[in-house]
Structures are given as structure tokens and as C-alpha cells.
Design a protein around this ligand. Structure first.
Ligand SMILES: [Zn+2]
Ligand SMILES: [Zn+2]
Ligand SMILES: [Zn+2]
Ligand SMILES: [Zn+2]
Ligand SMILES: [Zn+2]
Ligand SMILES: [Zn+2]
Length: 446
């Protein structure tokens, strides 16, 4: 880029930032916006225009003939003319006094001319909608939003004038022009091949072992910032250059598991994407990784009890037509694992436990479920138990709080009765007796 080009780029960026701050990022409104900015800023230049309302025009090239013709009728010469106009405009910008109104006006004009050129070139034709690269599946973006940053070159994507793509798997986004320079494979495939978190807290190996190079792109880095700054990723513990590490922050699974610590830490780009994709995956078996957590995090004990209850309710629902029709279990569709087991957690679960959100929603679901089984549905009610130890009281269900369930035969008793009886289950005893009788019978017969 020549010095002049970068100067013009700075001017354009300044102008586009103003536009985006005003929320004027849409192409249609852009024309209007340009006219209005111009008229607002320079009423003295167009003394008669105010009264004409929508007829306001300005010297932005909009009045020129080729801008009003339908797109289909453009020919190559229009493109050539536009290119010439752009060059003229650039020259003028450089000649005009810096920060002058006229210079600003010409920057707006330049943006507009480039926009037109972009339209004429018809990006729909030479840029395919879908491109597959290093397992990324890049889909062309339609949005003209100008607030994105390219994951490859780390500069802003001007949706208004540049074509850009987003990977539908990992949300990596980049300029169309940067696509062929990408070296990072899609992290979506890492998520499916290697769905386990790094569970050591910031496992640093040191810059020397990294050869004073970025762990990802191998660019030279150091903590003194020479030749470029080394930034540590709290998830991998490794150091990265500022192109691969943008000081994004994320909750670190290892810190949650070992310290019950939810403060966000700085991570590199690819860790950020990986952590985002893994967020709701139930891959943490808490009781194995850190069983001590249950001793001091009360909320975890509460959640574990609710989850165990829900698993005890599940057999009622999958054999009850009404419950199936009411799609009761679908209330847990965002946390599918809650109807499959009671010991796997996603990082999102743990974050929601720490904020109290999960306890609220799960208690609510628990109440709805219990209400169906115990009050609303006769079929489910009929599957309750009478305590065989005292043969008294209400019908019991395994998820009731004052009950104990026999681990061998699943019979349900009052908790007090069960412990008074020194935990001998009458149902199991009966079944053992029956079995012995049968065996004796077999022996006699043979
Ligand atoms: Zn780029
Ligand atoms: Zn991807
Ligand atoms: Zn790097
Ligand atoms: Zn039912
Ligand atoms: Zn009892
Ligand atoms: Zn039993």
C-alpha cells in the first residue's frame, strides 16, 4: 500500500465509522444518508435545495447519468469510467486541505463510487456462496454490517464494500480476499474428534519451549514486545502473537472445575471458538474430575438431587400416552443430557448453576413433572407405591423427598420406616424366599 493509499484508507475508515455509529449501514439508506449529510453540513452550498425535499441532489456523482440506469444495462466502459472517476476523486482528496469540508465530501463521494463499482462488478457471479476449505464450510455473508473483524488479517470487514464469508461450523469469518491465506483448520472438527477439555489450569510450558514463536502461526514473539507482543492464552497456557490472540475472554473450564471460579480470562482466537462450540456439550463428569466440589458447593447438591428425581420420573413419562402427547420431556430439550444421566455437566450448566439460573428453571420443571404424575394423571398415579413396611399413609413415589428406594427391586418406602427396619427390603426378602422355594422344588423333583 502506498502512502497515499493508506491516507485515503484512513479517511474512508473515519467516514465509515461515523456512518456506522449513526447506524446507517444499509445500502439503500446510504444514498439518502449521503445526500442528507451533505445538505445538513453545507446548506449554504445548495441554497435552494432545502425547499425541494426529496429532490435534493448533490455533487456526489449521483446525478450522473450512469448511476440512474438499471444495473443490467451496464457495459464495460461504465466500469472503466467509474475507475477513472475513482482515481480522479483520490487525487482530489490528496490535494485538498486536510480535514476540510470539501475533503470530507470527496471521501463520501469516493466511498460511493467504489460502492457502485462493486455493484457493477456483480460479486454474486465471481464469488460462490459456499466454499469449503480446511474443513471450514464458508458461506457468503449478505449482511452489510461494518462491525466485523477478519479472523485472518485482523482488520475490519467493511460489509458495505467488501465480500466476506463466515464458517457455518466454527464462525470463523474473513474477507473473501483473505480466504486463500487461511492456515487454521476448522475447530468444529476438533470438537467432534477431541471433545475433552484441557483440565489443567493454564498449563504453561514457557516461551523458550515455544522457541519464542506464536503457538499457532509461528510468528516471532517475546514478552518485551520485540519483534511483536506475546499474549498468553489462559486455556492452552501457550503464547500467541496479536494476530492469533485478540485478548478475547472466556470462562475457563479448568478453573471452574478446580476452583469453582467463573471469572473470564484472556484466550486466543481458536480457544475462544473452541470453548464457544463446546459450551453446551455435556462432557464434564464432575464426580470423577473433582468429587470434592459437592462438599462445598451447595447448589451442586441441589441440582444433583433434582436431576436424580427427573431420571426417576422419566420411566413414568415414556410409558404414559398423555405425558408423551403433552411433550413434557421436551421441556428439557436444551439440556438433553438431563434425561439421560445425572452426572454429566456442560460448562454452560456449571455457569448457570453458579448464577442460580439452573436451579430456578430446573425446580420449575421438577414441579410440573411431579404435578403430572401425582395429581393430573390417573395412569401415572396408579404406578405409585404403598410402603410395605408400615402399610399406611399416602401413595409414595420414588422422587418424593421423604422416601427411600430399594436399590435392588426399586420398591419405595417411607424413609423412616426403611431405616427402622435396618434396611431390609420386604419385597426383596419375599422374592428371595420364593426363589429358594423354587430351587428346593427343583431339587426334590430331580
Ligand atoms: Zn482479512
Ligand atoms: Zn470452521
Ligand atoms: Zn500467531
Ligand atoms: Zn401420566
Ligand atoms: Zn412406611
Ligand atoms: Zn427390594
Amino acid at each position: 500500500m502506498s502512502k497515499n493509499d493508506s491516507l485515503i484508507a484512513v479517511l474512508i475508515l473515519r467516514c465509515l465509522i461515523t456512518l456506522s455509529l449513526l447506524g446507517t449501514t444499509r445500502l439503500n439508506s446510504f444514498n439518502m444518508f449521503c445526500s442528507e449529510v451533505y445538505a445538513e453540513a453545507r446548506p449554504e452550498v445548495f441554497p435552494g435545495t432545502r425547499t425541494h425535499g426529496s429532490d435534493r441532489t448533490m455533487d456526489l456523482g449521483l446525478a450522473e447519468d450512469h448511476f440512474s440506469r438499471p444495473v443490467g444495462s451496464f457495459v464495460a466502459s461504465d466500469i472503466e469510467q467509474l475507475k477513472l472517476a475513482i482515481e480522479e476523486c483520490k487525487k482530489l482528496i490528496l490535494e485538498l486541505p486536510e480535514h476540510s469540508e470539501r475533503q470530507k465530501d470527496n471521501v463520501v463521494k469516493l466511498i460511493h463510487l467504489r460502492l457502485k463499482l462493486q455493484e457493477l462488478k456483480d460479486p454474486e457471479e465471481d464469488e460462490p456462496n459456499l466454499r469449503v476449505l480446511l474443513e471450514h464450510r464458508f458461506s457468503k455473508e449478505k449482511s452489510k454490517s461494518v462491525k466485523q473483524t477478519c479472523d485472518k488479517c485482523s482488520t475490519i470487514i467493511w460489509g458495505l464494500i467488501q465480500t466476506w464469508y463466515t464458517c457455518t461450523g466454527c464462525y470463523y469469518r474473513c474477507h473473501s480476499k483473505c480466504m486463500n491465506l487461511i492456515t487454521k483448520p476448522c475447530v468444529r472438527s476438533k470438537v467432534s474428534h477431541q471433545s475433552e477439555y484441557e483440565l489443567s489450569i493454564c498449563p504453561e510450558i514457557g516461551l523458550d519451549r515455544q522457541d519464542y514463536r506464536c503457538a499457532e502461526c509461528r510468528a516471532q514473539i517475546s514478552l518485551r514486545g520485540v519483534p511483536s507482543e506475546a499474549r498468553q492464552c489462559d486455556y492452552t497456557g501457550q503464547y500467541y502473537c496479536s494476530t492469533c490472540h485478540w485478548n478475547d475472554t472466556a470462562v475457563i473450564p479448568a478453573r471452574v472445575i478446580h476452583n469453582w471460579e467463573f471469572e473470564s480470562r484472556k484466550v486466543c482466537r481458536s480457544s475462544m471458538r473452541y470453548l464457544a462450540l463446546m459450551m453446551s456439550r455435556p462432557v464434564l463428569r464432575l464426580k470423577e474430575i473433582n468429587p470434592l466440589l459437592f462438599n462445598f458447593v451447595e447448589e451442586l447438591v441441589e441440582i444433583r438431587k433434582l436431576r436424580q428425581d427427573i431420571l426417576l420420573m422419566k420411566p413414568y413419562f415414556i410409558t404414559c400416552k398423555e405425558a408423551m402427547e403433552a411433550r413434557l420431556l421436551l421441556q428439557l430439550q436444551d439440556r438433553q443430557h438431563f434425561v439421560e444421566n445425572d452426572d454429566m455437566y456442560s460448562l454452560q450448566d456449571l455457569i448457570d448453576i453458579s448464577t442460580g439460573r439452573l436451579s430456578c428453571s430446573l425446580t420449575e420443571i421438577h414441579t410440573t413433572f411431579a404435578k403430572h404424575i401425582k395429581l393430573d394423571c390417573e395412569r401415572c398415579q396408579a404406578k405409585g407405591f404403598v410402603c410395605e413396611l408400615c402399610k399406611e399413609g399416602d401413595i409414595l413415589f420414588p422422587f418424593d423427598s421423604h422416601t427411600s428406594v430399594c436399590h435392588d427391586c426399586s420398591a419405595v418406602f417411607h424413609r423412616d420406616c426403611y431405616f427402622d427396619n435396618s434396611t431390609t427390603c420386604p419385597r426383596c426378602a419375599r422374592m428371595t424366599e420364593r426363589k429358594q422355594d423354587e430351587e428346593e422344588l427343583d431339587v426334590k423333583e430331580s
